[in-house]
Design a protein around this ligand. Structure first.
Ligand SMILES: [Zn+2]
Length: 296
């Protein structure tokens, strides 16, 4: 990650001779490469970044297009592979064509844990005998809209007429492309930290927000009422606990650590308008859409 400039230089050099190049990576890492390129005055016109794993927000994509490159979103799960790919005439940064030859998709109204918000969760069913795993209406914690729309791109020509839009994960946090299971973080916020640093679960909160450059930042909010706290010890306690909880959490920890995206903020945790305190508070991509798209 600290070597983003090397990839930027490679891309610029490749573009000189071949006029095009493809880099597959998560959007946050693509942004790092583009910022590194810009800082060194490199142009990446003709480069394509392609990936998934976290919402490609307008702020992030602006960094990519600003330097002449483009972003193609993909949507896939480890278990079954790609379920969608970016439209060539996109409506927004994450306009995907749904692979309806390989999957069926329905939506199930599902409550977001720790809130009274209901979202239309995606439930996928595999259709092909070649699917690596059989899934039958499996909810994968994502929600969004399904719509049939004419875009006149080649994928539509192949019969992929359904678009998936505004896809978000609803009870995971995403940071630098790694999803972290919410329950593991909840345990840390509600049990590990109060036990070690005092206070109660109400004094700690993880806030996901986007900084001025479009990077995902995670702030660990700690109530000032707890008095002086060794912030370094706090961060290392979180990192250590993540390391112990699961392989996925440990991977997230490694990336957070490397990208230094977790920081401590001394302020009171944020409460919802309805008077709830959600241990994981998202300010990025707010407005959980409840409206429905045209269903299949
Ligand atoms: Zn299209």
């Amino acid at each position: 990650m600290s070597q983003a400039i090397k990839i930027a230089r490679w891309a610029a050099k490749t573009l000189e001779t071949k006029n095009t190049c493809l880099i597959r990576t998560h959007v946050s890492l693509a942004v790092r490469i583009c910022i590194a390129a810009r800082e060194e005055g490199l142009k990446l016109t003709g480069a394509t970044f392609m990936g998934g794993g976290e919402p490609p927000t307008p702020a992030k994509i602006a960094h990519i297009t600003h330097i002449g490159a483009r972003w193609i979103p993909t949507y896939f799960f480890t278990e079954v592979g790609a379920v969608g790919i970016g439209c060539a005439q996109p409506f927004d940064e994450n306009d995907l064509h749904f692979f309806k030859d390989a999957f069926a998709l329905i939506q199930l109204p599902s409550p977001v844990p720790g809130s009274n918000i209901v979202v239309d969760a995606f439930c996928f069913t595999t259709l092909l005998p070649s699917a690596p795993k059989i899934m039958l209406n499996v909810a994968i914690d994502d929600y969004g809209m399904i719509e049939r729309r004419t875009c006149h791109c080649p994928l539509e020509g192949y019969g992929f007429t359904e678009h998936l839009c505004h896809v978000r994960s609803f009870h995971k946090l995403t940071g630098e492309g790694v999803t972290l299971v919410g329950s593991e973080m909840l345990h840390i916020l509600e049990e590990v930290l109060p036990a070690r640093f005092g206070g109660s679960p109400l004094n700690y909160q993880l806030l996901e927000e986007e900084d001025e450059q479009g990077f995902t930042r995670l702030s660990l909010l700690v109530s000032p009422s707890l008095g002086a706290i060794d912030e370094e010890a706090l961060i290392s306690t979180v990192m250590e606990s993540l390391k112990q909880s699961s392989v996925a959490a440990d991977l997230a920890r490694a990336i957070w650590n490397q990208a230094k995206i977790l920081r401590v903020k001394r302020m009171e945790p944020l409460w919802t308008l309805r008077g709830k305190l959600m241990p994981l508070h998202l300010t990025k991509g707010q407005k959980l859409p409840i409206e429905k798209g045209e269903k299949k």
